[in-house]
Design a protein around this ligand. Structure first.
Ligand SMILES: NC(=O)c1ccc[n+]([C@@H]2O[C@H](COP(=O)([O-])OP(=O)(O)OC[C@H]3O[C@@H](n4cnc5c(N)ncnc54)[C@H](OP(=O)(O)O)[C@@H]3O)[C@@H](O)[C@H]2O)c1
Length: 265
């Protein structure tokens, strides 16, 4: 076993995003990466140009000190059974599978130490939101080593909170993209040509997010700074948030995702 070798099992959208983040930020060197996936993502194929091993022989799986599980939650048991006989006895498992309990993963993988991680796909550009849980200090440290340079990391002690983290941040980018789509459509309805509405909505959201990320000012204060009393923004916000509808809608959205995360487990 090589202490720096990482085996990534499943290189789809999330696996590909992690590979890209590792390649750019450097916590995993591409020539220390092994990728097992029947149809690897473009990022995985690019990693192979930098020395990553794609489509490894079963015997190669035992070289990895860290095994990152990034297949769909519905497939993880089948995949665990496929790889378990070939893993190093003291390999540490880092799972990003939504909803799947650490104890179940440990039981399926010979009692090996497990950390659970819920990243967002922005890990690809070092701007992910990453939640980590593990009962083991060693496994938690391994997960930190993989993700600390790929975004903002939050540790949770109570594993049950991984459902909420999944619902808020793992699923969160899709909520925001849906908001941008709706803002574009509203612009078109207000008479803006479609291409211009797309430019305005996308640049507005990206710019506002970048401003928020660039300082410590909380979003409520940023909102106040751009809302003059009696102005146009105030009129729009009165509809969006005035009756508490947005908070209620997001609370229900997150609750539905929490329920689904529990079902997947
Ligand atoms: N996408 C997100 O934003 C996000 C966020 C947080 C967590 N996650 C978690 O990340 C995990 C992967 O999600 P995803 O969106 O990346 O799914 P995905 O795009 O479907 O990627 C999963 C990959 O695993 C491959 N695979 C299937 N069977 C396999 C096997 N036996 N051995 C190795 N690889 C196999 C799939 O190949 P095929 O395409 O050929 O089936 C696919 O390339 C999930 O557990 C999800 O909960 C995702």
């Amino acid at each position: 076993m090589d202490p720096r070798t990482v085996l990534l099992v499943g290189a789809g959208r999330m696996g590909g995003a992690m590979i890209e983040g590792w390649r750019v930020a450097g916590p995993v060197s591409m020539d220390e990466l092994i990728v097992r996936d029947p149809h690897p993502s473009p990022e995985a194929r690019r990693a192979s140009e930098y020395g990553a091993v794609l489509d490894p022989a079963d015997a190669d799986l035992g070289r990895a000190a860290t095994v990152v599980l990034a297949v769909k939650p519905q497939l993880w048991r089948q995949v665990a059974a496929e790889i378990e006989p070939f893993l190093a006895p003291d390999a540490i498992i880092v799972s990003v599978a939504a909803g799947v309990a650490g104890a179940d993963i440990a039981a399926a993988l010979g009692g090996r130490l497990v950390a659970r991680v819920m990243p967002t796909t922005a890990v690809a550009i070092g701007q992910g939101a990453v939640t980590i849980h593990s009962d083991s200090d060693e496994a938690r440290a391994r997960a930190h080593a993989l993700f600390a340079t790929l975004g903002s990391v939050v540790d949770v002690e109570d594993e049950a909170l991984m459902h909420a983290a999944t619902a808020v941040s793992g699923s969160g980018p899709a909520y925001l993209y849906a908001f941008v789509e709706a803002l574009e459509a509203a612009g078109v309805k207000a008479g803006v040509p479609a291409a211009d509405a797309a430019t305005l909505a996308r640049a507005t959201v990206s710019g506002a997010a970048a401003l928020m990320a660039a300082g410590d000012t909380p979003p409520a204060e940023l909102r106040r700074q751009v809302t003059s009393p009696g102005g146009t923004t105030a009129a729009g916000l009165e509809v969006l948030t005035g009756s508490g509808d947005l908070q209620q809608l997001l609370a229900e959205t997150v609750a539905a995702a929490v329920r689904r995360s529990k079902e997947l487990g």
